[in-house]
Design a protein around this ligand. Sequence first.
Ligand code: ADP
Ligand code: MG
Length: 344
Amino acid sequence: KENNTKENNVAKIKVVVRKRPLNKKEIARKEDDIVTVDDNSYLTVHEPKLKVDLTAYVEKHEFCFDAVLGEHVTNDEVYRITVEPIIPTIFQRTKATCFAYGQTGSGKTFTMQPLPLRAAEDLVRFLHQPVYRNQEFKLWLSYFEIYGGKLFDLLSDRKKLCMREDGRQQVCIVGLQEFEVSDVQIVKEYIEKGNAARSTGSTGANEESSRSHAILQLAVKKHSDVKESKRNNDGNESRIGRVVGKISFIDLAGSERGADTTDNDRQTRIEGAEINKSLLALKECIRALDNDQIHIPFRGSKLTEVLRDSFVGNSRTVMISCISPNAGSCEHTLNTLRYADRVK
Ligand code: ADP
Ligand code: MG
């Protein structure tokens, strides 16, 4: 299969798996680490099983991905493998998306958090290169959340947002605040502000945020167009400038939440169904993209509708599948790896 449609030597779709180390609790419980990273692109899950007569045995499941990152791989290396190669393409009209997929506690947020900051560092450095300097490119940041199928701006007091599509099928999130970011310190402050605004209910931060998709976007816009759009001022700052390229970082809802469809609590059931729908729709869109299909099934969910303009034309997708190594997570780990396998 022609998976590596290479332009600028960057694969159109890249699927990477990251395994986190056993945590203190798992070690205290003497849980086994059942995932072995066999080399840079192979891993094996050693599933503990019991025969009918209760003798224990191990069933092996082997997987192959574009890259497999073991527990000793640093966030810096994750950046170098996943996002860094995409950065130059952002200036060549590419819309890129980087997802973290996996069960709650598998390391999605740990993996995603540092990436936009590193990307902003590199993008700002590019902006100052002589070739780009006279083109008046500027970097813009926005950060929002999809929770229960609704959009909330994480940088303006969780203001509820809605979507509109213009005549050129460009997705516009009405009212989403975008901020021009000229240095990395400012990017850091916005990220921290947005993180603090992520869904946190009485049940605790991780519990609630595991039911939402957090989307941080960095857009490179052409500043010379700014004057023009200011002239026909519509009072909406986010419309200023023309998007040259952008990259979206998406910390997806916990993949196990999609199974919360039989929960006793009605709200939990509704959210679970929405998450299930969005993760399935995402997989379908990436597969369609990979097969160079003309029709990409965006309509399947709010998540994929929001990402519509990132799935057409010159797009790049990186899926980072995060997995827990402990025996107790085996079923979720296999589900995550099968999902990632199907995306490929
Ligand atoms: P998720 O966002 O998928 O629910 P988190 O990113 O919050 O999971 O990770 C759960 C816990 O595991 C956190 O305490 C985090 O610091 C830790 N963790 C995750 N990945 C790693 C890693 N690769 N190395 C060390 N600690 C990690
Ligand atoms: Mg998280």
